[in-house]
Each structure stands twice: as structure tokens, then as C-alpha cells.
Design a protein around this ligand. Structure first.
Ligand code: TXA
Ligand code: MG
Length: 319
């Protein structure tokens, strides 16, 4: 028997009508993945406050590690509820938003963005995209949308809806077609402190464009902030991390998975999406109890387990 239109799985390319934008916002609300056009490249979007939805982004891209993602917002007002904006960051946002400029700023305590989006870092990357379809979706959804470029890990960034369909296919619930991207190059990424602006990733908004607004030269990032992958010491636990453990040490705590239970369990049912979404928060929670050791149950090394293990191996080496 044929499935009814309503029960058929939604996927594929949709024209950005008001009705489809409302549908896409609903998909996001349900924890789905929506590919959205921006002026730079197509993004693979999920509700930035929903850890399991964000875990699906990493799953779909096949990323073997948890890089921090950009949270997309409607503008400064929404962004200022998430991060601390020094004066120069406000001036830059007023000059270039909406547009291809991403800010890395300190997260506020009340920031609702899930720690998987920021990979457990104390900072958050924010951008208000200029593409009208992205803006309409952000307004309809009303919350930040986490979105890396909508391509499988290691492949070229997509600049048309057809590229997204070819690369990610049915892993995306809906692809909104906003035509070819005007810029075709990922946004410039800057980290802004009270004193300085560091250019982390060059893009179409140049260092010259930025210093024209701030009246100061833009700095090259220090080795420490250049690659967030190298920022591990920031979220490495103080405790010694022991991998593939079947039980806790006498003076330690245990982070369980599946049938290997512990003081906390990443996913009692052994679900890797749930485990990914709990990873950073649970490591922090256990570490705050200041144990000597944190023993971690074995995590299967496939799918999202690869990225989880990547992070755990780094945590074990730096502790
Ligand atoms: O144009 C773009 O920026 C596209 C569209 C979809 O908006 N998005 C994009 O996202 O390129 P993604 O995830 O591929 O790149 C995010 C960049 C990475 O270089 C990442 O390392 C950096 O932003 N980033 C994110 N959060 C960071 C943080 N807290 N500290 C330092 N760098 C961060
Ligand atoms: Mg990318």
C-alpha cells in the first residue's frame, strides 16, 4: 500500500514559500535537520538548543571530531542574550550584520545554546546571515540555528541546493532552495576581546574592512586560539581520564554508557546520539566533584562513536 503524503518521510528540495519556511521551522522544532541557503554557502541547520538534533549534524556530515559550530541568529538583539559583546563587537555587528561575519565571543551563563554546539568551550561563534531565506527561517523559528556547511566532512562546501542533495541526500529532512549562494566562500571568523580583534578564518569581509570600523589593526590569532581543536586544555577535565573502563577506581567516578553504568550514564540505552549530546555536560559535572579519576565506559568506535572517542582520547592525554 502506498504511504499517504502526510506519513511519507519529507526530504529533498523545497522552494522557499512561506508555507515551506513554516514547515522547515516545524521540522527544526521537532529536532530535524534543515539545509538552508545563506549568502556564503548552504548550512546544515538544527535547533542549537537541542543536543540530540545537533548530534545529528555530526552524524550526517560524518565528522570524526566535534568542531564547534556557528550559531545563526536574527541579529544583535538575539545574539546579546547568548554572548558578551564588547563595544568594538557591537560596532562591527552594526556595520556588517546581517552578513558574512562570524564573531567568537564569551558565552553568557544564561546562554541556552547546547554545549555540543560550542564543543564545551567557554566561547560561542555567532552570525546573522544576510540571505532572505535564512532570515525568514530564523525569524519563523525564533531560536538560534546551529549550522556548519552542508557537505559531508572533507568535501567542498555546497553553494546550490543540488550540491546539498548530492552530498547529504536523505540525511537532511528538508533542503530550502534559495538559489546559488552569492558569496560562495565561508564567512570571515573573528574573535573579539575588549582590547583586540583576531582573524581566525579569512573570508569576504577582510581585515582592512574590519580595522576601518575599529580604527585598530586586526591581529593574527595566537597559536592557542588559532585552532579550537588545539584548545583542549580549556575543556580537559582536571581528573585523570581512564578510557574503556569497566568500573570506577576506588577514589574515582565513572561515566557509564549502555550496560556499563556509572555515577552518570551517557546513554543507558546505548544510543550514540544521546551520548554525544550528554558528553560535555556530563564530563563537566563529574569533574566539578573533583575526583582523582574519571573512568569512562567503552564507546563503540563507529558512527558518532568516532567523534566521541576522539574527544575522550584527547581528554585522557591532556589530563
Ligand atoms: O559561512 C559560514 O560561516 C557557513 C554558513 C553555513 O554560515 N558556516 C560554516 O560553519 O562555515 P563551519 O562549522 O563549517 O565553520 C565554523 C568555523 C570553524 O572554523 C570553527 O572552528 C569556528 O567557526 N568556530 C566555531 N566556534 C568557535 C569557537 N568557540 N572558537 C573558535 N572558533 C570557532
Ligand atoms: Mg565547512
Amino acid at each position: 500500500m502506498l504511504a499517504s503524503a502526510a506519513s511519507r518521510k519529507m526530504s529533498g528540495i523545497y522552494k522557499p514559500s512561506a508555507e515551506n519556511i513554516a514547515k522547515a521551522a516545524h521540522k527544526l522544532e521537532q529536532g530535524g535537520l534543515v539545509a538552508l541557503p545563506t549568502e556564503t554557502v548552504y548550512g546544515l541547520g538544527a535547533d542549537a538548543t537541542n543536543g540530540q538534533a545537533v548530534a545529528r549534524i555530526f552524524e550526517a556530515k560524518g565528522r570524526p571530531s566535534f568542531n564547534p559550530l556557528i550559531s545563526h541568529v536574527t541579529g544583535l538583539e538575539q545574539a546579546e542574550a547568548l554572548a558578551f559583546f564588547p563595544k568594538s563587537a557591537i560596532e562591527l555587528a552594526e556595520a556588517f550584520w546581517p552578513g558574512p561575519l562570524t564573531f567568537v565571543l564569551p558565552r553568557l551563563a544564561r546562554c541556552k545554546v547546547h554545549p555540543l554546539v560550542t564543543a564545551g568551550l567557554p566561547t560561542i561563534a555567532l552570525r546573522a546571515p544576510g540571505h532572505s531565506v535564512a532570515r525568514q527561517l530564523l525569524i519563523a523559528f525564533g531560536k538560534p540555528i546551529a549550522a556548519p556547511s552542508a557537505n559531508p566532512s572533507g568535501e567542498l562546501s555546497p553553494t546550490t541546493a543540488a550540491h546539498v542533495l548530492k552530498g547529504l541526500g536523505e540525511d537532511v529532512d528538508m533542503i530550502l532552495d534559495g538559489g546559488p549562494c552569492a558569496v560562495g566562500l565561508e564567512s570571515s571568523v573573528i574573535e573579539v576581546t575588549a582590547e583586540d580583534v583576531f582573524l581566525l578564518r579569512p573570508g569576504s569581509i577582510t581585515a582592512e574592512d574590519i580595522s576601518e570600523i575599529t580604527g585598530q589593526p586586526v591581529k593574527a590569532p595566537t597559536a592557542e586560539i588559532k585552532s579550537p581543536g588545539q584548545l583542549l586544555s580549556h575543556y580537559a577535565p582536571n581528573a585523570r581520564v581512564i578510557l574503556e573502563a569497566e568500573e570506577a577506581r576506588p577514589d574515582g567516578l565513572m561515566l557509564g554508557f549502555g550496560d556499563y553504568d556509572g555515577d552518570l550514564n551517557l546513554s543507558p540505552s546505548g544510543d550514540l546520539r544521546e551520548a554525544a549530546s550528554n558528553l560535555f555536560a556530563m564530563l563537566h559535572q563529574l569533574d566539578q566533584r573533583r575526583p582523582k579519576f574519571i573512568s569512562i565506559a567503552p564507546i563503540p568506535n563507529h558512527g558518532l562513536g568516532l567523534a566521541i572517542n576522539d574527544r575522550l582520547v584527547r581528554a585522557a592525554h591532556s589530563s
